[in-house]
Design a protein around this ligand. Structure first.
Ligand SMILES: Cc1cc2nc3c(=O)[nH]c(=O)nc-3n(C[C@H](O)[C@H](O)[C@H](O)COP(=O)(O)O)c2cc1C
Length: 364
């Protein structure tokens, strides 16, 4: 019987578990060297049963190792998982994530299968060259709207030891910029760029759901509102950041306002400790700086006690072409990775100065 190495505890029960799907991600080692025909047969049989039981997901086979994401009604998932866990065709099964999902990520895929080069090298740390290849692949898959396949590759990178936040910062974020460069060279249209960015966003969310851990147990979950700059059509940055903040134990709310008034309305309704406003991660929106400064001013004016941490981001800031002070923000993200720590530091600072009754800002 296959040996199960580790199984993190289940996530918390959600309000109505009957409407949620179970999801399980694991990796394992193949016993022997399965031939392409044996793999095809395994997948074909799995698909028949998965279709019958309402299971969807993805199976990756690379260098003698499997990585699989399964999702479906909890009782179906339990049935399939109990078969897989005792299947003698693999061993050293390690459960990476087991939780509940509100929606299917792999809708329409009774088991999407990817096999990559069969030469057996040990799982090496991911190097710069491999990351560059993953970025290029992310651009290619985003242009084909292949979010599930891209999510599979991202999950595999986590299987190789990269943290999800690193995958976002070192693959998805550069891919968004590369897509912006294609637009600047007139190689993709506005619409193609927006669709491709949406694909990056969906793949990033798939990665988040497949690798999410049970929420950090905290009495106080700090709250952040993540907004696209009013009217900004590229939503990738705030959406990816929402997952990163959620992973770090924040209560992260998203909004995509069309006007400053809409954003201020959301802010007043939510009363968060921090607000992040994102310009496009793909395009350098130099002309958006003036309107963004006005947006920040309006948001701050809605907070008379100066208790709101405001961060801004997007390609313009990531490339150092604009700074927090240019728009009156506290923080300008130099990228998506690291944003959580930086905002947390500012929020903590605000708490301290409020507790001391002093209002002194950190130098930017
Ligand atoms: C790596 C791997 C992945 C598998 N994935 C699935 C799957 O997604 N769905 C499925 O029904 N069986 C899958 N199987 C096959 C099951 O382990 C099992 O052989 C099959 O479901 C028949 O179940 P039974 O042996 O309990 O009759 C997989 C097997 C392996 C080795």
């Amino acid at each position: 019987m296959a040996e199960v190495l580790a199984a993190p505890r289940d996530g918390p029960l959600l309000e109505d578990p009957r409407t949620w799907l179970g999801t399980l991600t694991y990796r394992s080692e193949a016993c022997g060297r399965p031939s392409p025909a044996a793999l095809r047969e395994l997948v074909a049989q799995a698909r028949v049963r998965n279709r019958r039981l309402g299971i969807t997901g993805m199976l990756l086979f690379e260098d003698g190792r499997f990585l699989q994401v399964l999702e479906g009604p909890p009782e179906s998932l339990d049935a399939v998982w109990s078969s897989i866990a005792r299947d003698p065709r693999h061993r050293r099964i390690e459960v990476l994530n087991r939780s509940l999902l509100p929606v299917r990520i792999y809708a329409g895929w009774d088991m999407q299968f990817f096999a990559r080069s069969g030469h057996s090298r040990p799982a090496a740390p991911v190097g710069e060259r491999e990351l560059a290849a993953e970025q290029a692949e992310a651009v290619r898959l985003a242009r084909r709207d292949a979010a599930e396949e891209l999510a599979g590759r991202l999950i595999a990178l986590v299987g190789q030891g990269l943290a999800p936040a690193e995958v976002v910062g070192r693959v998805l974020e550069p891919a968004a910029r590369a897509l912006g460069d294609l637009w600047l060279r007139d190689e993709v249209t506005d619409l193609e760029l927006t669709i491709a960015l949406g694909t990056l966003q969906r793949a990033g969310h798939g990665l988040h759901l497949a690798s999410a851990r049970p929420p950090v147990d905290r009495t106080h979950r700090p709250c952040i509102l993540l907004a696209s700059a009013p009217g900004e059509p590229h939503l990738t940055g705030p959406a990816l950041l929402a997952d990163l903040f959620d992973e770090a134990g924040w209560d992260a709310a998203l909004c995509f306002p069309q006007t400053d008034d809409e954003l201020v309305g959301e802010l007043l309704a939510l009363q968060p400790e921090a607000l992040d406003i994102g310009l496009s991660e793909a395009m350098p929106r130099a002309r958006a700086l003036g309107p963004l400064a006005e947006t920040v001013r309006r948001c701050r004016a809605a907070w008379p006690d100066d208790g709101l941490v405001v961060s801004v981001g997007g390609r313009l800031f990531a490339e150092g072409r604009a700074h927090a002070a240019d728009v009156g923000a506290d923080v300008a993200r130099r990228g998506l990775t690291g944003a959580v720590d930086e905002v947390a530091r500012r929020v903590e600072h605000h708490r301290l100065v409020c507790a001391c009754g002093r209002q002194r800002r950190l130098p930017i």
